[in-house]
Write a protein that binds this ligand. Structure first.
Ligand code: NAD
Length: 302
């Protein structure tokens, strides 16, 4: 093992924003980054699980804990889902610490309802916090990262988005939307050394405590997810545009895969019906870029 391999991953001199850091996963991410030397903006609106209400308590408590542990932190209660709130979060980092190196987009809410009963308001509210919030906070930080030619963005997707989940049409749409945002940020950030990745976690928090069996509480502790966030947020991680499922200490890369495909010069609905098994065939090919996926289609024509 080389010295670099054995060394502790530190964030001294780095400034990290963690949204939704008053509870659960975000709290754990913020505490870990703070312990490793990052100056942390602990952002949390402090509302209920469905996003209603607000309180300055949770963000302040986590920021105080980081300081008590010997670190540096400031609290922010701005709303990630509004342009003004997102700008204010980044402004807090710049005013308090002079820069922003890391954005962990973690804030989230739930408004679960079966598809037939879901209201437009329930759909929009969830998209607003997860997708719009991640877009807005990243957008506010992006010019500063570009200027300093350095940045690390970690978005929070979910297995519910990658694979779908009953009662979560709003949430799964949002969480898959974050995969697209992450991949495009990875492409657009590349030249400025801005890396963007997403995690799809499972953890015991107020969001899942009624779904996971009680004996999972310690096994699925948020602290068993945060080390991945720390690695993805670190300068030594060059990976970008990827998604990782993570929970209970296990991490796996999640791929967008394509089957070998089937083509004909006479594409009709009937031909598709008659060759459906070939269309559905597995043996995945793993395009990593749009161009690679398009090339596979062109290749099939030759
Ligand atoms: P949590 O409810 O404990 O944490 C979410 C935090 O976001 C809360 O503290 C809340 O106050 C804050 N928040 C909500 N809306 C906000 C807003 N507009 N602005 C600022 N802060 C806001 O839940 P958690 O499980 O820790 O969730 C963290 C993230 O992980 C979420 O994005 C969630 O969707 C995602 N996630 C969690 C799990 C899991 O198993 N717990 C699984 C998949 C994805």
């Amino acid at each position: 093992m080389s010295a670099a391999e054995g060394s502790e991953l530190r964030f001294d001199g780095r400034v990290a924003i963690v949204t939704g850091a008053g509870h659960g996963l975000g709290r754990s991410h913020a505490l870990l980054l703070g312990r490793r030397g990052a100056k942390v903006v602990v952002n949390d609106l402090g509302g209920a699980l469905d996003g209603t209400g607000a309180s300055s308590g949770p963000a302040a408590e986590v920021a105080e804990l980081i300081v008590k542990n010997g670190g540096e932190a400031v609290a922010s209660t701005d709303d990630v889902a509004t342009p003004e709130g997102a700008e204010a979060i980044v402004r807090t980092a710049l005013d308090a610490f002079g820069r922003v190196d890391v954005v962990v987009n973690n804030a989230g809410i739930l408004r679960d309802r079966s598809f037939g009963k879901m209201t437009v308001e329930e759909f929009d509210a969830v998209i607003a916090v997860h997708v719009r919030g991640s877009f807005l906070v990243s957008r506010a930080a992006f010019p500063h990262m570009k200027e300093q030619a350095y940045g690390r963005i970690v978005n929070t997707s979910s297995p519910a988005g990658l694979f779908g989940n009953f009662g979560q049409a709003n949430y799964s749409t949002a969480k898959m939307g974050l995969v697209g945002l992450t991949k495009t940020l990875g492409i657009e950030g590349a030249r400025a050394n801005i890396r963007a990745n997403a995690i799809a976690p499972v953890a015991w928090t107020r969001m899942t405590e009624t779904l996971l069996p009680a004996e999972f509480e310690s096994r699925f502790a948020p602290e068993r997810v945060s080390p991945l966030v720390a690695y993805l947020a670190h300068e030594s991680c060059e990976t970008s545009g990827e998604v990782f499922s993570v929970g209970a200490g296990r991490i796996a890369r999640v791929f967008v895969a394509e089957g070998p495909g089937w083509r004909t010069d006479d594409l009709t609905a009937e031909a598709i019906r008659d060759n459906w098994e070939s269309v559905m065939a597995e043996q995945p090919h793993l395009p990593t870029k749009l161009g690679e996926q398009a090339a596979a289609s062109l290749q099939a024509m030759l």
